[in-house]
Design a protein around this ligand. Structure first.
Ligand SMILES: Nc1ncnc2c1ncn2[C@@H]1O[C@H](COP(=O)(O)OP(=O)(O)OP(=O)(O)O)[C@@H](O)[C@H]1O
Ligand SMILES: [Mg+2]
Length: 464
């Protein structure tokens, strides 16, 4: 006789939404710190937690019940303590999910236009810091600053990939075409709700609507190339007519509580960020420097350079170019084609600034004010890092102290000078460029007047 089967009751406990979030956050951080950012396999998670992979799958899958001790082990593996609000019965979670439509929106990604980062090297320390700022410290605005080509966008996109499971929405948008702020809002708001009729609404009302969504959902919004909406003149770094709303948006996002994070990627800092930033505040800034030697070598190898043959010489080249991946990518084909891939031959020619690298440097130098240019030249003329008092002596008779401070502040912010222990320095490739441009005379004033003329800038006194 076949016994009638008992109806099986769903048993055990399951992570609540907040418990699930805690475990996910901690796992993501551990992956970045200890696993080069790669996801742990089930087997690896099994080893870490001391559970078999099937049980790990049940915990992370979030649908099947396990016993409470299993959840505790998982939490303990990531130095977390399981609290009562972190778990619930399987049935109660299911009921909650059925009555909520939230899950159907999970994981909306609007980042099709973001560049491909499948060949990405290094930056583990920066990824770990950014992850901490976002997951642990719940930062509201983070700005990644750095010189052109240093890898800001790549880092931002990689970060978004690592953290995609932690957010309901991920939105990436480049502002290269100096996008008017209202257009940005009209593009973003339908991601959350398509029913609004928005175009006639006032900008401040649209900002409030967007802020409401950023409170309701956990969103990572990445605005790239933010310098495009900042004025090229450094004096106020506020916004022009069409882009004014960005300032209000940054300020309100930085000052009010919400569960989202705005990641700004830029060459220069918006004024609002400067006002709100702080080491222990929810608005932070990361200054991105060049790549580590081994990571830069990996990029050159991808371009076909046989770096292993003369690693020392390749290291010299990388250091000269400040570990800037874009400059190294420009350089690699020339070394391959003209110098037969031999780094030593390239170095021997002693003329490392040419072609695209020259254009790159002109784009950096050209928009600066006369004072900023003069400061760079004075630093370049001294082979050793220059201390602030020396610079003041050399420069103060012709420019005001206020102008000197503002200019130094801006040059440091846009990564053209490095200011450490009271000493100022510039990257070797930039020094080389300035020295070559100055020609035989090495006279800053003659050079600056020549530069102003050739760039059609008004020739004023150097105090302008
Ligand atoms: N960590 C990395 N690993 C491999 N390639 C990288 C890395 N960082 C940057 N690159 C490459 O270097 C180039 C410049 O990087 P990226 O565009 O991210 O710089 P950026 O700082 O955003 O420049 P810009 O200021 O012009 O926007 C790209 O071709 C990118 O693929
Ligand atoms: Mg970029």
């Amino acid at each position: 006789m076949i016994k009638p089967q008992k109806q099986r009751r769903k048993r055990g406990v399951i992570l609540s939404r907040s418990g699930f979030q805690k475990l996910q956050d901690a796992t993501a951080q551990a992956q970045i710190r200890n696993n080069h950012g790669y996801r742990y396999t089930l087997e690896a998670l099994g080893e870490l937690t001391g559970l078999d992979p099937d049980t790990v799958l049940k915990v992370y899958g979030g649908k099947m019940g396990v016993d409470k001790r299993t959840l505790m082990r998982c939490f303990k593996a990531f130095n977390l303590k399981l609290e009562t609000e972190d778990f619930c019965g399987v049935e109660s979670k299911k009921m909650k999910e059925d009555s909520s439509n939230k899950s159907q929106y999970l994981g909306y990604h609007h980042w099709d236009q973001a560049p491909d980062v499948s060949r990405f090297y290094g930056r583990q320390a920066q990824l770990a810091t950014l992850t901490d700022w976002i997951l642990e410290d719940r930062c509201r605005i983070i700005t990644i600053l750095g010189i052109k080509g240093i890898g800001k966008t790549s880092l931002g996109v990689k970060l978004a990939q690592y953290l995609q499971d932690q957010f309901d929405y991920i939105i990436w948008r480049s502002l290269t075409e100096s996008l008017c702020f209202k257009s940005l809002l009209l593009e973003f708001l339908p991601y959350f709700n398509q029913d609004h009729s928005l175009s006639s609404e006032k900008t401040s009302h649209l900002i409030s609507l967007l802020l409401g969504y950023l409170r309701q959902w956990r969103c990572l919004v990445i605005l790239d190339d933010v310098e495009a909406i900042l004025p090229s003149d450094d004096s106020s770094r506020s916004f022009c007519q069409d882009t004014q709303g960005y300032g209000e948006f940054f300020q309100r996002l930085g000052e009010t509580a919400h569960q989202s994070c705005l990641l700004l990627i830029s060459h220069a800092k918006p004024k609002q960020v400067k006002l709100l930033e702080g080491e222990f505040l929810p608005v932070r800034v990361m200054y991105l420097k060049g790549l580590e030697l081994s990571d830069a070598v990996a990029i050159l190898q991808d371009k076909g350079c046989m770096c292993n043959h003369s690693l020392e010489e390749w290291h010299q080249i990388i250091q000269f170019y400040g570990g800037n991946p874009l400059l190294l990518k420009f350089l690699a084909p020339t070394i391959q084609n003209i110098f037969n891939g031999i780094a030593g031959d390239f170095l021997a020619l002693n003329s490392p600034i040419f072609g695209e690298v020259q254009d790159f440097l002109e784009q950096l130098f050209q928009p600066l004010t006369q004072t900023q240019k003069l400061i760079l030249i004075q630093i370049a003329l001294n082979e050793q890092p220059l201390c602030l008092s020396q610079l003041r002596e050399q420069i103060l008779p012709s420019i005001s102290p206020q102008n000197l401070i503002e200019s130094l502040d801006y040059l440091q912010e846009i990564s053209l000078i490095d200011f450490q222990d009271n000493f100022l320095s510039i990257a070797p490739f930039f020094r080389d460029y300035l020295m070559t441009q100055m020609g035989e005379s090495k006279n800053p004033e003659i050079f600056l007047n020549r530069v102003s003329y050739s760039f059609h800038l008004p020739v004023t006194s150097v105090s302008s």
